[in-house]
Design a protein around this ligand. Structure first.
Ligand code: NAD
Length: 271
């Protein structure tokens, strides 16, 4: 599949691995050049393995294998100045920005009474303010291009609650409001803003001590674990299944879709 995003430049956060890497490869394979970043370092209290600079280098290799260009930097979405500088670099070297995928995020299982101020603050700073920083750094460049598409990665936890992570659920619900707000004000610039809501996805977010952390948090309230049961006959999506929806929203095939919240969860949000 080539061509649907020919001539476009996509700015993506959290590209070292997982869904961000998959989005970069998919958008590049459809013709987009990529500007991306990843923290490539541990975040306090996160129980799964951190992404590394080697992961980021592998994403660069995989995107270049598609024949497209990529600018990739190690940066933190909490650092608005770094995001602004990278967006400007993308414009200077690749000609502009048309598509934004605000994908970077963290997820730390913890019951309500085990959630520390630091866990709460990191979810707000990365999952909410980090997405706001990403849109703020890039939207002026989309306006410059005469329009574009912004895709914000929320979660099924942004539509219903996900047990044992009030902080994560709160952060992902906040992105629904942010999507609607940006869509309403950026619409006059021909910029569409939508959120995607994956259910479980097979990424390194499930690595390290994540499964044990979830099991520890669920002790005593195991009945809640049936929430989020998919209707379809598997439990998790592959990252490429989310990327297909991101590519669709990034493309000119969806000129009349904005302020929408698209679930890619096998029906999980309904259970
Ligand atoms: N995996 C799932 O089951 C699932 C389900 C629903 C939603 N999501 C969301 O999808 C998005 C992608 O997650 P994933 O599954 O690919 O997990 P992942 O951990 O493999 O990828 C997330 C990437 O974001 C990067 N990152 C984290 N904090 C950052 C920061 N402060 N600055 C820059 N980069 C940062 C990480 O280093 C990592 O490479 C996240 O927003 C996550 O909340 C994941």
């Amino acid at each position: 599949m080539t061509g649907r995003l020919e001539g476009k430049v996509a700015f993506i956060t959290g590209i070292a691995r997982g869904q961000g890497r998959s989005h970069a490869i998919r958008l590049a394979s459809e013709g987009a050049d990529i500007v991306g970043l990843d923290i490539c370092a541990p975040v306090d209290d996160v129980p799964y393995d951190p992404a590394t600079p080697e992961d980021l280098a592998e994403t660069v290799r995989l995107v270049e294998e598609t024949g497209r260009r990529i600018i990739a930097e190690q940066a933190d979405v909490r650092d608005a100045e770094a995001l602004g500088a990278l967006a400007q670099r993308g414009v200077d070297e690749l000609g502009g920005i048309d598509v934004v995928a605000a994908n970077a995020g963290i997820c730390i299982p913890a019951t309500w009474d085990a959630t520390t101020p630091r866990i709460w603050a990191n979810h707000m700073d990365i999952n909410v303010t980090g997405v706001w920083n990403t849109v703020m750094a890039t939207a002026p460049h989309l306006i410059q291009r005469g329009g574009g598409s912004i895709i914000i990665t929320s979660s099924y936890a942004g539509k219903k609650m996900q047990p044992w992570m009030i902080h994560y659920t709160t952060s992902k619900h906040a992105l629904v409001g942010m999507t609607r707000g940006f869509a309403s004000e950026l619409g006059r610039h021909n910029i569409r803003v939508n959120s995607v809501h994956p259910g479980g996805v097979n990424t390194p977010m499930g690595s390290g001590d994540m499964i044990n952390a979830l099991q520890r948090a669920s002790a005593g309230t195991e009945a809640l674990s049936t929430m989020g049961t998919p209707f379809l006959p598997k439990w998790v999506a592959e990252p490429e299944e989310i990327s297909a929806v991101v590519a669709f929203l990034a493309s000119d095939e969806t000129p009349w879709i904005t302020a929408e919240h698209i679930s890619v969860d096998g029906g999980q949000q309904h259970f």
